[in-house]
Design a protein around this ligand. Structure first.
Ligand SMILES: [Zn+2]
Length: 334
């Protein structure tokens, strides 16, 4: 499998929680482990985002960040993944004095350590800016993505509560990212509507849109997405949990695909959303009766839309060809 939209802090294992809570003297609370998952009656993206407070409180030093990055890479590899792009916001890890740069260096070292013994698998990092943060704090993430571009950091992203500011507020940041030649992803069209997706493509130079399910498929919008080859990172379960979509059948999978708009299937947060890419494909299989060639098509989209090197993409296409039968059997097993 491949996950292009995977938040580090939303994907700690229960063992990671327990180990780091003891090491870092953090209380997990009486509700643990229930309190690491999004509640069944979650009403909004804002409420969903409160689930990141506990994992972030554990990740305030270099060791902890390196540890969870390596742990996540190991779990992905052991579950048969071939590629992932793991994202996090370095600014959320500075509560105890660690710099954003130290946070990035720690994630890079954890990633490289875990990748050392793995064949037929690769992973890269994406640095997130946050919608609720100052331009100054976010600009540091952009500069760090540039500084670490040869060191496994492949893109910048904008995450956080989508309704906080509309995309135009962030043009200085993403003009700078574009100027530096960085790859750009923006979370948009999840809690907000189609106009925000368009703003982020037009004004923030987004090459990939996190979610984007609310994009209206007007002829003009379709043409724009086709011409700019914008890829969409769908995360169906997460969208249901934030009430962004009412049910799996509302995921506009076939609609986008029909118009040649690149759709990829992702988990968003393996722990907060209690999912992974296999489970996402299982939900979509139940709803849309996906055929094997369609699963292969969506995973090929993920390879093409990834920010991996062309050499890695060639390796991934070969790995996907080897693994697609097993992947599909796994999807239809339930
Ligand atoms: Zn996300």
């Amino acid at each position: 499998m491949i996950d292009l939209h995977l938040h580090l802090d939303g994907s700690l294992s229960l063992e990671d929680f327990k180990y780091l809570a003891e090491r870092n003297h953090v209380e997990l609370g009486k509700e643990f482990p229930k309190n690491v998952y999004v509640p069944n009656d979650c009403k909004s993206l804002e409420e969903y985002l409160t689930r990141f407070d506990l994992p972030c409180s554990l990740l305030q030093d270099e060791f902890s960040i390196a540890y969870v990055t390596a742990s996540l890479v190991n779990r992905l590899y052991n579950a048969g993944y071939i590629y992932a792009e793991i994202r996090f916001a370095p600014q959320l890890h500075t509560m105890k004095g660690m710099s954003q740069e130290d946070a990035v260096r720690a994630a890079v070292s954890g990633l490289k350590f875990a990748l050392k013994d793995k064949k037929g698998f690769d992973a890269n990092l994406i640095l997130c800016c946050m919608r609720q943060s100052s331009t100054e704090v976010n600009m540091e993430a952009i500069k760090l993505a540039d500084a670490f571009r040869l060191d496994k950091v492949v893109a910048v992203d904008l995450a956080g509560p989508e309704a906080f500011h509309t995309g135009d507020f962030y043009t200085p940041l993403f003009d700078e990212a574009k100027l530096r030649g960085l790859n750009i992803i923006i979370h948009a069209g999840e809690a907000c509507g189609s106009e925000e997706v368009i703003r982020c493509v037009d004004l923030l130079h987004a090459q990939r849109i996190g979610h984007g399910v609310h994009l209206e498929l007007t002829p003009k919008n379709i043409r724009k997405m086709q011409e700019k080859r914008i890829a969409f990172e769908f995360c169906p379960t997460s969208n249901l949990q934030t009430t962004s979509l009412p049910d799996y059948k509302s995921v506009p999978l076939r609609e986008f695909d029909k118009y040649g708009i690149m759709v990829t299937i992702n988990s968003d947060n393996m722990t907060v959303s209690d999912t992974d890419v296999l489970k996402e494909f299982r939900h979509l299989f139940k709803e849309f009766k996906l055929q094997k060639h369609e699963v292969r098509h969506f995973l090929t989209n993920s390879i093409n839309a990834s920010f991996a090197s062309s050499e890695t993409k060639t390796m991934l296409l070969a790995e996907l060809a080897k693994k697609i039968d097993a992947y599909y059997e796994d999807i239809i097993r339930e």
